[in-house]
Design a protein around this ligand. Structure first.
Ligand code: FE
Length: 349
């Protein structure tokens, strides 16, 4: 009796193996994966992809690197590229890479989840971030901040008091692109000169370095993205940065006008993607409540969907600010070259 069962088991195994071999050679097994090229540098994203795999059985292969290197590789490999999905932070970056994207992330579920200003026919936002002003409450009064706009950062009253990173930074290029969209290139060329003359030092370091400069008294105000203050306050960047973060306060500009400058992390389907259907499924998953909760609690970004709350440290920064939902993020790519041109012409390092 025992022998018969064993034989049956063996036979079953052989049949399964044969089916698997046929599926492999006909490409069925190959199809159950998705290849992501990601410029997001978060370990938590990998955990997120594991969740997707356990839910769907779709294997997620991740190639991570700097956006410029990933874009170069996809472009060079052309039709040979295995890339399905390109994921990066900043709409300006996605916009500049549009010619290698095929579109197709426009189904009803995606459109419902993502407000129209945070997507195009080629790519879609999966999380939001704001680029805001940080200030020292010891050296900057409420009266000085009242009505502050990005435009008014070039006011001479901030001379020698401002820090912001270099002009080659994509976050700055997108911010300046949005300013050009709203004010015209000529006005923002002048504004860039004012910004340069207000700088407390020649631009250096990342966004956290600007916040640290205000904490250290090198400057009174800084421009940086929202999630960096929460990241520093969380202690994930060490006790020193945590203490420094407590010495600065966030301020959301342009509240009396169009609202605070918003940007996205986003995804685009690469032209010739071999696993298109799986890539679309993954994007839908990234916009689900489960994935959005995972994202905001690890990266301190704002959720793209309404039903999810940001991390408590981000909630503490204030959620009642007006977001600029008028300036479509697609403009950040369209005006990127103009933005870099006016900054460079003004001597913005
Ligand atoms: Fe960042």
């Amino acid at each position: 009796m025992i022998i018969i069962i064993k034989k049956k088991g063996k036979m079953k195994k052989t049949i399964i193996n044969t089916i698997a071999l046929i599926m492999f050679f006909t490409g069925w097994l190959n199809a159950n994966e998705v290849n992501i090229f990601s410029a997001r540098h978060y370990d938590s994203d990998v955990q997120l992809y594991e969740k997707f795999t356990s839910k769907t059985g779709i294997k997620v292969n991740v190639i991570s690197g700097k956006s410029s290197a990933l874009e170069k590789r996809i472009a060079e490999e052309g039709s040979e590229s295995k890339a399905d999905l390109y994921i990066t932070a900043d709409a300006g970056r996605l916009g500049a890479f549009e010619s290698s994207l095929q579109g197709g992330l426009t189904n009803a579920a995606i459109k419902k989840a993502v407000p129209s200003n945070f997507r195009t026919s080629k790519w879609v936002g999966i999380a939001k971030r704001a680029r805001i002003v940080y200030f020292s409450p010891e050296r900057v009064s409420g009266a000085e901040l009242a009505g502050l706009t990005y435009e008014s950062l070039a006011d001479p009253k901030w001379k020698g008091r401002l820090v912001i990173r270099a002009s080659n930074n994509i976050y700055n290029q997108s911010l300046v692109a949005s300013l050009i969209k709203n004010n015209g290139k000529g006005k923002i060329a002048e504004w860039s000169k004012g910004m340069v003359s207000n700088m407390a030092r020649s631009p250096k370091g990342n966004d956290r370095a600007q916040i640290l400069a205000v904490a250290a008294g090198e400057a009174d105000i800084a421009v940086a993205n929202t999630y960096y203050l929460a990241l520093m306050l969380s202690g994930k960047k060490g006790a020193e940065q945590q203490e420094a973060a407590k010495l600065v306060k966030p301020f959301f500009p342009n509240q009396d006008g169009r609202g605070t400058h918003m940007n996205i992390s986003g995804a685009g389907l690469v032209k010739g993607a071999p696993n298109k259907a799986n890539a679309i499924k993954l994007v839908e998953f990234l916009l689900s409540e489960e994935a959005q909760n995972h994202i905001v609690n690890n990266t301190f970004e704002y959720p793209m969907i309404k039903s999810v709350s940001p991390h408590p440290l981000v909630v503490n920064m204030g959620l009642d600010f007006k977001q600029d939902l008028k300036t479509k993020v697609v403009n950040y790519g369209k005006r990127q070259a103009d933005a870099l041109e006016v900054m460079t012409a003004a001597g913005w390092k």
